[in-house]
Write a protein that binds this ligand. Structure first.
Ligand SMILES: Nc1ncnc2c1ncn2[C@@H]1O[C@H](COP(=O)(O)OP(=O)(O)OP(=O)(O)O)[C@@H](O)[C@H]1O
Length: 273
């Protein structure tokens, strides 16, 4: 597996001249998980999409993004298409948007696998079926014959994880993949992300507003605010010794919510007033 090194990434809006991501640099080591946290509009999604070169053309971008030493910003669109999916996999917040609503999901899955491997239709179906079972999707054949709107958000995210299991990318970029799910599905999907990493040894970039999820999955954390990385470091250190006032604010807001929840549920914690 390869590392991903983002150096001096700047993204700006040509139309307004606004700086949206300011000089971001970070390294994702092979096999490790880096979480990006920060308030809405801080530049998390733009950073994720920049890695896959999926930002709109109206946004100006500079800096380098090296996957295993190869600068992705220098590749042709044709070369980049071979890397998307096969080596870099994006999982977005709303599973419904990832799929073509007019086809059953099996069509989309086979198209993706067909682009990267020379497998027969039977082999693609067999591999997807096995991966779906391993992410606890019952009856893979029925799932593959369903339209996206017939499946729940949690099922669609698990299908994306199953696809990643088959593709075995170097890096999975997950942009708030659990935000739109109910609590039970969130828990199940987070556990499937953990097991995906353990099974294929991929690295992960995981964007989440949920610091509980971040604590469960991430080795490193980047805290973004107004397009800037204001703090970064190992997860345990960020939680135990947050240096930046904004990071302390994020952590204390999360702890206050936990205390309130425990209080409402009959626990002993005192509620902050
Ligand atoms: N295509 C675009 N053109 C102009 N500005 C954009 C574009 N996409 C995003 N922005 C702006 O860039 C900033 C960062 O957006 P981004 O989507 O990266 O935020 P985010 O941290 O992912 O927020 P959220 O948690 O709400 O998803 C925001 O102010 C947003 O309005």
């Amino acid at each position: 597996m390869n590392s991903l090194e983002v150096s001096n990434l700047k993204i700006g809006d040509d139309a307004t001249g606004r700086a949206l991501v300011r000089n971001s640099s970070f390294l994702v080591e092979p096999g490790s998980c880096t979480a990006i946290v920060g308030e809405s509009g801080s530049g998390k999604s733009l950073t994720c999409r920049a890695i896959l070169r999926l930002n709109p053309a109206g946004l100006r971008q500079s800096g380098s993004i090296a996957l295993g030493g190869v600068d992705l910003t220098k590749l042709s669109e044709r070369e980049m298409r071979k890397i998307r999916g096969r080596r870099l996999c994006l999982i977005v917040q709303n599973g419904m948007r990832a799929f073509d609503p007019s086809s059953v999901v099996g069509v989309h899955l086979r198209e993706t696998l067909n682009r990267h491997f020379g497998w027969s239709r039977a082999e693609m179906t067999a591999r997807m079926g096995k991966a779906m079972e391993s992410v606890r999707l019952k009856d893979p054949v029925a799932v593959m014959n369903s339209f996206p709107h017939q499946l729940s958000g949690g099922m669609l995210q698990r299908i994306m994880i199953a696809l990643a299991l088959v593709l075995e990318p170097d890096i999975v970029v997950a942009d708030e993949p659990t935000t739109a799910l109910d609590t039970v599905s969130q828990y199940e999907v987070v556990e499937q992300f953990a097991s995906l990493r353990a099974r294929i040894g991929c690295s992960m970039i995981f964007v989440s507003h949920d610091l509980g999820v971040v604590r469960r999955l991430a080795d490193e954390i980047l805290v973004m605010r107004d397009g800037e990385i204001v703090e970064s470091g190992p997860t345990r250190k960020i939680f135990s010794e947050p240096r930046h006032a904004y990071t302390r604010h994020l952590i204390s807001a999360k702890e206050a919510l936990n205390r309130r929840f425990n209080h409402v549920m009959g626990g002993d914690d005192v509620v902050d007033r």
